[in-house]
Design a binder for this molecule. Sequence first.
Ligand code: PRT
Ligand code: ZN
Length: 292
Amino acid sequence: MTVPPQQRIKIAVQKSGRLTDNSLHLMETCGLVYSRGRDQLICFGENMPVDVLLVRDDDIPELVAEGICDLGIVGMNVFREKVADGMDVRPELELDFGRCRLSIGVPRGFDYRSPQSLEGLRIATTYPRILQDWLDTQQVNAEIVMLSGAVEIAPRLGRADVICDLVSTGSTLLANDLVEAEVVFESMAALISSNGGPAEGWPARLVSRMRGVLSVRESKYIMLHAPRSALAEIRRLLPGSESPTVMPLEGRDDKVAVHAVCRENVFWETLEGLKAAGASSMLVLPVEKMLA
Ligand code: PRT
Ligand code: ZN
């Protein structure tokens, strides 16, 4: 059945950048099969009335605020900056990629002690609103030098004394003889919607599927054998599990089988702790789908 174009929904995703692959992969994990248009600007959903619009990340909040797109995936840094600028959008879900921090970087040898060390200085950034809010909270007066790129070379060019830029590995700061002095804002990718929230129907269904995909990524199914006497301790050690299923073991009155969905990752330390408490035959399995 063909869905009329006006009933198709659109989700805005970064066209080409750090968030593109993870965003498209998330859409695929939500079940979307799409073909990419010849102009490369739209991914046309083949099995759902959902199209993906590929745009610059800076345009995503506006497309969502204006209702041109129902949902968007963008860094919280871009989202926060636009909201501070008065844009009417809200985050629906924090996503598990695109992690970075907006940090103050100072030239090596700069005697940084506290935010007050920035008093009266020029700070180069692409995020003037977030920076100004932070400076206000810290009660620091500084001059913000707005740049649209190449922020890290501003001190060397004499355009600013220090910078406020995104950092992930720290290698860009290092290469420019800068030192990370203070984290202003921790960021990650987020799913955003207009302020009324996602509309009933496909927008709401997509949000719910994404929530499911995220909780699956953090979940494991764990199976083990446990002495009946250690059951309370073993339940306590199972990370983030709700009510585990406890089953008898054929021919063994002293032992039971325990199955549980754990909402946090199960690490070797957890398994070692369970073993020390008497658990045996432990199996940890990935969960493929989950819908609350
Ligand atoms: O073309 P378009 O406008 O869409 O892309 P863009 O160039 O504005 O954005 P892009 O693709 O660079 O980043 C998109 C989003 O990814 C950002 O808004 C952040 O939410 C997130 N992100 C995660 C990052 C980084 N990590 C990151 N390291 N964005 C930028 N950087 C830059 C940073 O500005 C600096 O130049 O990488 C450099 C620092 O990296 P490290 O690893 O050397 O510390
Ligand atoms: Zn951008």
